[in-house]
Design a binder for this molecule. Structure first.
Ligand code: AMP
Length: 431
């Protein structure tokens, strides 16, 4: 028999793995709070133009990776391929620039890109990211990087390398592009087809090409000349990173796939991720808010992929929050017992205990097996006779000791914090 399969490039996050996801997300939320970031949740789809305009028409994402569709009224919508454009849209729509001088936001959730799936690369993947809007201060670029490193340290990932570069600004970008064209012009015919196209439109992207035939020519590239302002900014970022003892490498070939970056671009990479070695990427985007018809508001941000963080933690044999075991399993037979079981479970669950019972009408023996499998600390056995007398046999699964307990006192027996009645105390003493 063949069943439906999850679409190519997507996957289910199963209960056995979810502990790691929760651990990463909980840690991220805690760290973001330390840096005064607040969570924002935006829709999973947006107007297509939001992405074509912000991410840039020569980017891989806009050229070939977007999930775009028309709704019933013929409006073009796109499943979000990344979070920054969405956050900036929301920032402007809600005029957050009027509320605070500096806006610090973080987000988490699925992103969608029609990429060729491979290890660590999916069509639906999950990012956690942060955006800080409202300042040009290089301190914030360094803070973004340190926030990422702090977060990875706290989840247990430390064998990571930070790479930084400055990709210039509106002033020096045209000069850099010309420099690149001059340097690569003689080899144009030997570059891959993608890079041939990039040569005219956006030659900086050629530096990002992973194909050996292109890397052969980009390898000897001299350092590109950024303007004084970008140079000063980049020096300051490095000074701040040094002040926090963050190790980093300057990688003059680091350009990011998204076109909106200006000045600082960075990546955090791991040697254990294979070909897709970046766990985190980010940078400054001082012109994006303006590109979206907003005021001249500079910003900086980053995002990391949860799937890749999970992969690394699994390589370290970390499993995250373990499944908590059941405190009590009620093994009962007969209708009367089921009525008493459902009422008792309700009371115990409201008291904060993990409790479950059989709903398949199985034999007591089969139910005891289930209790064992679920790791129940106690089992309350309720046959027809016990149910009638409103009692059960409470068995401590570790010691094997079993005793008759009135149903009204099971909670007291299991919840040491509950106030005990004198009657219950006396009953306990008798036992
Ligand atoms: P980007 O939004 O392209 O700057 O990517 C930031 C981070 O998101 C990367 O470093 C990855 O960890 C993650 N990421 C990006 N694309 C994918 C993908 N297709 N599958 C899994 N993770 C991804």
């Amino acid at each position: 028999m063949t069943f439906f399969q999850a679409p190519r490039g997507t996957r289910d996050i199963m209960p056995g793995e979810i502990g790691l996801w929760q651990y990463i997300e909980d840690t991220a939320v805690r760290i973001f709070e330390l840096y005064n970031y607040h969570e924002i949740r935006t829709p999973l789809f947006e107007q297509t133009e939001l992405f074509t305009r912000s991410i840039g028409s020569t980017s891989d994402i806009v050229e070939k990776e977007m999930y775009t569709f028309s709704d019933r009224k013929g409006r073009s919508l796109t499943l979000r391929p990344e979070g920054t454009a969405c956050v900036v849209r929301s920032f402007l729509e809600h005029r957050l620039d009027k509320t605070d001088l500096l806006t610090k936001l973080f987000y988490r959730g699925p992103m969608f890109r029609y990429e060729r799936p491979q290890l660590g690369r999916f069509r639906q993947f999950h990012q956690i990211g942060a955006e800080c809007l409202g300042s040009r201060n290089p301190m914030l670029d360094s803070e973004m990087i340190s926030l990422g490193i702090h977060l990875f340290d706290d989840i247990g990932l430390s064998d990571l390398t930070v790479k930084v570069n400055s990709v210039g600004c509106a002033v020096c970008r045209p000069v850099i592009r010309e420099q690149l064209r001059e340097f690569l012009g003689d080899h144009l015919e030997k570059l891959c087809d993608d890079c041939k196209r990039r040569f005219d439109k956006n030659p900086l992207r050629i530096l990002d090409c992973k194909k050996p035939e292109c890397q052969k020519y980009t390898a000897g590239l001299p350092t590109l000349t950024i303007c004084q302002d970008c140079g000063d900014h980049f020096n300051a970022v490095q000074e701040y990173l040094d002040a926090m003892n963050i190790n980093f490498e300057v990688d003059s070939h680091l350009v990011r796939g998204l076109e909106y970056y200006t000045k600082t671009a960075f990546e955090i990479i791991s040697p254990d991720l294979g070909a897709q070695n970046a766990i985190c990427g980010g940078g400054r985007y001082d012109k994006l808010v303006e590109t979206m018809d907003g005021p001249n508001i500079p910003a900086v941000g980053f995002a990391f992929g949860i799937e890749r963080a999970v992969m690394l933690l699994q390589q370290l044999s970390l499993t995250g929050k373990p499944y908590e075991e059941l405190t009590l399993y009620i093994a009962g037979t007969g209708h009367q017992a089921s009525i008493q079981a459902i009422s008792l479970m309700d009371e115990l669950r409201r008291g904060g205990l993990r409790v479950d019972t059989d709903t398949a009408g199985r034999s007591l023996k089969a139910q005891m097996k289930s209790a064992n499998k679920l790791g129940a600390k106690y089992v309350l056995i309720m046959g027809e006779g016990e149910a009638e007398k409103q009692v059960g046999q409470l068995k401590n699964m570790q010691s094997g000791v079993q005793e008759t307990v009135p149903l009204s006192q099971v909670a007291q027996a299991l919840l040491p914090g509950l106030p005990c009645t004198e009657e219950a105390d006396a009953e306990k003493d008798k036992r």
